[in-house]
Ligand binder design. Structure first.
Ligand SMILES: [Zn+2]
Ligand SMILES: [Zn+2]
Length: 235
């Protein structure tokens, strides 16, 4: 006999049949992506620096950029191709949290192959300003962080990093303008919580890295031991 839950589920599938979160093609009940889009999730190769494009050996950041950016490790999961851009767009702007969790689980699989993860104390999602969060309804980095926390068994550090300044959208700004835009945008609320800790910062997409840089500088000023950075892609 059908339970009311399965009946509701079947009814919802009848009226809202599942679609691929990237191309909107009809798909099987339990899937998130169609086969084609699923195959188009392509891992980013660790052979060039995501900040200056210089060739590297097994690293997403070159030695020179390590002097400029206070990151101990950087992990970027995927090539930012059209299917992934559509997934992230649906995730952020159409409130498709399911695809965010799915991509977070994928990112966790990739990160779990790195040795630094065994000495990571906390995961910290890049905070949104409360006005922006209210407007969007959720913080996309928090959804990814939750997925990572579940799969990697590392707790999320809440209420420690705060975005105190409402920053304009950064998409049209140049690198130095972005750095100025996010300078002093963040605040640490409980210094004791991060002292001597290794922290994994999470965001959806890395652009110039200026937001992550400003957070990492602040956390290190407040005596964090290591700052690791991970995102789904590099825009
Ligand atoms: Zn698709
Ligand atoms: Zn570089």
């Amino acid at each position: 006999m059908w339970t009311s839950v399965t009946l509701l589920h079947s009814l919802s599938n009848l009226f809202f049949p599942p679609h691929c979160f990237s191309c909107n093609e009809r798909i099987n009940d339990s899937a998130i992506l169609c086969e084609k889009c699923s195959n188009e999730l392509v891992g980013l190769k660790e052979n060039s620096c995501v900040f200056c494009n210089k060739n590297t050996v097994n690293s997403f950041i070159c030695e020179e950029c390590k002097q400029e950016y206070p990151f101990d490790e950087v992990v970027i999961a995927y090539i930012f191709n059209l299917p992934l851009q559509r997934m992230i767009h649906n995730f952020k702007y159409n409130e498709s949290k399911k695809i965010g969790t799915f991509l977070g689980y994928k990112l966790a699989e990739i990160i779990s192959t790195y040795s630094f993860i065994s000495n990571t104390d906390y995961i910290i999602p890049v905070p949104l300003h409360k006005t922006k969060k209210r407007f969007r309804g959720f913080n996309q980095s928090e959804i990814i962080a939750k997925a990572l926390s579940t799969k990697l068994d590392i707790p999320i550090l809440k209420n420690v990093l705060k975005r105190k300044k409402f920053t304009q959208t950064q998409t049209k700004l140049k690198k130095h303008e972005r750095e100025k835009n996010v300078a002093n945008a963040f605040q640490v609320k409980n210094i004791g919580a991060i002292e001597n800790k290794s922290l994994l910062l999470v965001d959806d997409v890395l652009t110039t890295g200026s937001t992550m840089k400003s957070i990492a500088l602040l956390l290190k000023e407040n005596l964090a031991k290591h700052i690791y950075v991970c995102t789904l892609a590099r825009a």
